[in-house]
Design a protein around this ligand. Structure first.
Ligand code: NAD
Length: 270
């Protein structure tokens, strides 16, 4: 169902790789709600993914940009403002990557070059993005910036590895930048802490099947899907949440506040 929540609003969506991506679902819903978008992803993802299909469907231009490269970000923002015909109302940062996770390095035996790269891609890129937007005064007043995160920033999930630290850094950047962006430009900045979701990034975490089933059985409402996440993000881009900022918002069917569920207890009863 569409509510026209984003009529007249323009923005950039990072991170749509394929149709499972959270950013993919969000791009589709943003356009259904009347928003106009530019799609972006790392140049390498252009070759791997099917983003062109999404661009056709959402009537969007694609501008490749490595989110760790400030020059790429500058170019992306300038061109987006030109294509969309004005400043931006929303930006989605839906980017994450750890080489230690990908190559199966244990948390206690990291390759620090890889750790550094993962931190840059998954967390520092969010600062670089906002610093570039801020310097260029590229956001309209009451605009909204959202990044995606996971609860391993607060609690230990052993196989989430160095991504846990990357997410803690990401959430901190959202708070710190949110203060300045709010004061200077009335722009809000939040992170959404999403349930485990079967995407390329998600499935890369060791033991993902167990992980996602456990979360589902622990959550009174069940796991939030990528489509649910897209809907939640729309509310944060809309004018209905103007005073929500500097928050880490759990979008997880109640998982984060559940000690144990009947389903999980049943597995341990003799
Ligand atoms: N899938 C999950 O279980 C889950 C749970 C909570 C949070 N998240 C977060 O959601 C976000 C989106 O991930 P997803 O699950 O949709 O997976 P995904 O693999 O579909 O998306 C990750 C995206 O990051 C992009 N990316 C990687 N390096 C980049 C770079 N240098 N520059 C620009 N883009 C780059 C990839 O190309 C890809 O499009 C990530 O921040 C992820 O950590 C995912």
């Amino acid at each position: 169902m569409a509510y026209n929540l984003l009529k007249g609003k323009k923005g950039i969506i990072f991170g749509a790789l394929d149709e499972n991506s959270i950013a993919w679902k969000t791009a589709e819903r943003v356009v259904e709600e009347g928003g106009e978008i530019v799609l972006t992803n790392a140049p390498i993802a252009m070759r791997m993914g099917s983003i062109k299909k999404l661009a056709e469907k959402t009537n969007a231009k694609i501008i490749p940009a490595d989110a760790t490269n400030v020059e790429d970000l500058e170019k992306l923002i300038d061109e987006s403002i030109e294509i969309l015909g004005g400043k931006l109302d929303f930006v989605l940062h839906s980017i994450g990557m750890s080489i230690n996770v990908r190559k199966g390095k244990h948390y206690t035996n990291q390759n620090y070059d890889w750790t550094h790269k993962g931190l840059d891609v998954s967390a520092m890129s969010f600062h670089k993005l906002m610093q570039t937007l801020h310097k260029k005064d590229a956001m309209n007043e009451w605009g909204s910036i959202v990044a995606l995160t996971y609860m391993a920033a607060q609690r230990v999930f052993p196989d989430y590895n160095d991504m846990a630290d990357n997410k803690a850094f990401l959430e901190s950047i959202a708070r710190s930048f949110g203060y300045f962006y709010g004061k200077d430009k009335k722009v809000r900045v939040n992170t959404i802490s999403q349930s485990p979701t079967p995407t390329t990034a998600g499935k890369g975490v060791k033991g993902f099947d167990g992980f996602i089933n456990y979360a589902d059985q622990m959550s009174p409402l069940g796991n939030a899907t990528a489509a649910d996440c897209a809907d939640y993000t729309l509310t944060l881009f809309s004018d209905l949440t103007k005073k929500v900022t500097m928050q880490n918002l759990f979008h997880d069917g109640g998982f984060s506040n559940t000690g144990v569920s009947d389903e999980v207890m049943a597995k341990f009863e003799k």
